[in-house]
Design a binder for this molecule. Sequence first.
Ligand code: A2P
Length: 308
Amino acid sequence: NIPYFTFNNGQKVPPIGMGCWMGEVGGGELVKDMCTKALAAGYRHFDTAAGYANEEQVGKAIRESGIPREELFVTTKLGFDHTRVREAFEESLQQLGLDYIDLYLVHWPHTIVDGFPGKVLKPEEPPTIVDTWKEMEKLLDTGKVKSIGVSNFSINTLNQLLPHCKVIPATNQVELHPFLPQPDLKAFCEERGILLTAYSPLGQPHPERAAVPALFADPTITGLAEKYNATIAQVLISWSVQRGVVTIPKSSNAERMRANITLVKLDEADMKALDSIHEQPGKHRQLIVYPFSEPGEVFGWKYEWLGW
Ligand code: A2P
């Protein structure tokens, strides 16, 4: 029962959604099962992408749930090939088996052509992000998408894009958690009416990522979980939503997914404590490896090609 957030165009968005990335393999039936369980647990917001290779399963779970479409919020994303925005959008709609998409995002600022591994175009090579955005804007005229937005866009990239927008992006979806709270990007986006959406809000606590300093072992976070008699994930998600950030944790476990949509009200001092963890040595971390960035540049928030 958390109040919905509102995009700059008036569209309502459930502040917590189910992140549907399930690894390179797409997840197949596991994703359908996850979404079915999430719908039963009360999730009404699902975040997938062409690149997740599971739109079909997400769509099936949604359609088979019998929940009225207008009660659900579905996001999907354009893949890397920005030369075919309209076709890619239609393919996503078809894969999902839905009449419309609530939110369509440019997944990454890069354009890659010539298949896989393909050729990564330079920012100034057409289609530039401005060209791509113009195609995104045209999709609104089809009535098959309610909002458009971006993902993995830095302040620099947004500064290149925004002067040319007829429609300001509804959201910018980026990695965001207390080790990467994105204060500058958040302030920048807020001033311009762009909501942030947090992916990997739990810092992806996969066992195979144990080498990455985990949010789950941070004493400030574990201490607050104890203080509020909450799980660590509840503290992380509550902090994120309380900052006004749409938050999309992934869980395929019914108990954890239920807990993840139950928030606690953190007091101001505790919010501040969480806001400043990243200033401690070794606690400013980017977990997601940006495609095509050079080795050594990927974890240190040093993705400089477009100005991260
Ligand atoms: P699982 O699907 O088994 O619950 P993120 O959204 O930051 O990428 O993190 C997703 C990862 O976090 C998944 O591996 C998920 O595993 C795990 N996860 C989700 N919710 C919780 C939770 N409440 N406690 C611990 N781990 C969680």
